[in-house]
Design a protein around this ligand. Sequence first.
Ligand SMILES: [Fe+2]
Ligand SMILES: [Fe+2]
Length: 282
Amino acid sequence: MASSLRQTPRRYSDLRLFAFGLAERVAQALGGCRFYSRRFLSPPLVRREVISRAGLPATLEGLRIALLSDLHAGPFLDSASMSGVIETTLAARPDLVVFCGDFIAHRVEAGVLLAEVMAPLAQVPLGALAVFGNHDYRGRRESEIEESFARTGWSFLRNRGQRLGELPLVVTGIEDPEEGRVLDIEAAREALEPADLEVCLCHNPSTGPSLAREGCLAVLSGHSHGRQIDLPFLRGLGPAHPGLRVELGSTTLITSRGLGVVGLPLRVGAPAEVVLIELSAG
Ligand SMILES: [Fe+2]
Ligand SMILES: [Fe+2]
């Protein structure tokens, strides 16, 4: 199973990395962080998705999950950028908050600094759960992000599953399919009893089809940024974007357009968003 979960990392030429880095530094010097938070995060869009399944246990009816992803803390997003995101998320009154990876753009320190401002999200009734994205493994220091968020009540699903209270629902999560050293969905699913339903967190939506199965209500992902600058002649630049919502048999793959950016503090046709997912018996 592990090999089918793995995605090949995108590697860019030195020239392209230099051009990206230069554009980022210029945009940052011109006030890109403040511009981005005012233009795209004050407040972010709330996208509402309903997952309907006949026979859903009554205890899960109406359960609300807020999906956040891809903050990319660093040049264009910092703690001060987050007030609109936190207010918007809490105003949606979710039962659970999940984060689908890419806390940082480049530097682990920028992610660690977000832990305090994101602490209120762990106070919702069923808490806050997270997986890492490809950016988070920079220098193999992702555990520093984990430790800082864990001190505020967040839990990380690193090839692990976690039951939601006494509910017949387990949230599973795996390491990033590009940069995680070990991908083990079987280990994550060990927490499931036969009658349990599952929601799976996986940063890279390209792995979604390999995670879909009977009993898995949803795979929640990020990574693609909804193409960030969604113009036809730029679509080959970024990661594959499977669509915002894809039905994979009895599993729904939901891909967040994320909240932050890489490269430029700009989004076109791909608003920063919080996805509010509600479970329904239809
Ligand atoms: Fe990302
Ligand atoms: Fe990513």
